[in-house]
Design a protein around this ligand. Structure first.
Ligand SMILES: [Zn+2]
Length: 289
């Protein structure tokens, strides 16, 4: 799933290509992806694209007073295309195309939003204000916002009785961090994902805040200037523990371990993060009983 750094890079990439261009047509192919009906998607045709910005993991493309807001979810992606035919492709079970935006001009360029797999989560909204999208309205502060400092981070965690892993990826607490970067931030902070947020000492909170900023800024830096098609591979290369179960930790050489949940998993390094002890895996221990 694209998280803050990848969406930030996509935003920059689209800004360069879209701003000042006129939308010829927006063609929803997978109807379930389109979450709004007023204003209609056809209202975007003929409008000139203004700024392209990011809210957490949402892309926000402004066009003549309307906003096309996109959440790529788990398996969604964006591909830039040239020579697009005027007629939209037919929807089919095997076609990953969810929505196409075609621009005016001789190149007939634009972009496709695609979504692989059967679990569909990609969401597109046409709204007058980005905050009309419920997921945007409930976002917590952006960790890369210049005003986001240690005091604000401390305030977010105080009294928070959940495990830190869940808190970091809760979009209502912090905008833009998902499953992959929460694993990476906790590894960089040498902290157990199971630690309760409210139990963090002042020193630990400061260390986590530092790791959050550094991890995200480094990832944004690596993604900067890459084309949309290159971002996924870059994200994978940059990760130290996430998605690397069984591989050596690049810091200490211990084996990266995993805890599985019903619909996700987390990865961590026992030596770096949990005093060398493997975390309890409830699913695994249920199987062993
Ligand atoms: Zn390690």
């Amino acid at each position: 799933m694209p998280e803050l750094p990848e969406v930030e890079a996509l935003t920059a990439y689209l800004s360069q290509r879209l701003t000042g261009r006129v939308i010829a047509e927006v063609q929803p192919v997978a109807i379930s992806a389109l979450k709004t009906y007023d204003p209609p998607v056809t209202a975007l045709a003929g409008r000139t694209v203004g700024p392209v910005v990011r809210h957490g993991k949402f892309l926000d493309i402004e066009a003549g007073g309307l906003h096309l807001v996109v959440h790529l979810a788990r398996a969604g992606w964006l591909r830039w295309k040239e020579g697009l035919p005027p007629l939209p492709p037919r929807p089919s079970a095997r076609n990953p195309l969810a929505l196409r935006v075609r621009l005016e001009g001789p190149e007939a360029d634009g972009f496709d939003l695609t979504e692989a797999g059967t679990r569909k989560g990609l969401a597109v909204y046409v709204v007058r204000e980005a905050a009309e999208v419920p997921g945007v309205a409930r976002l917590g502060p952006d960790p890369l916002d210049p005003g986001f400092d240690l005091a604000r981070f401390r305030a977010l965690l105080s009294g928070e009785r959940r495990r830190i892993k869940g808190v970091l990826r809760d979009q209502g607490v912090l905008a833009g961090v998902g499953n992959a970067y929460s694993d990476e931030v906790l590894h960089a902070a040498r902290m157990s994902p199971y630690k309760l947020a409210a139990d963090l000492s002042d020193e630990e909170t400061a260390r986590l805040f530092e790791a959050l900023g550094t991890t995200l800024r480094e990832a944004v830096e690596r993604s900067r200037g890459l084309a949309a098609g290159e971002l996924k591979a870059e994200k994978k290369l940059g990760l130290r523990v996430h998605g690397r179960t069984g591989q050596p930790c690049p810091v200490c050489g211990d084996t990266v371990r995993e805890v599985s949940f019903a619909d996700s998993s987390l990865q961590y390094c026992p030596t770096c993060q949990t005093g060398g002890r493997p975390l309890a895996d409830r699913r695994l221990s249920r199987l062993l009983k």
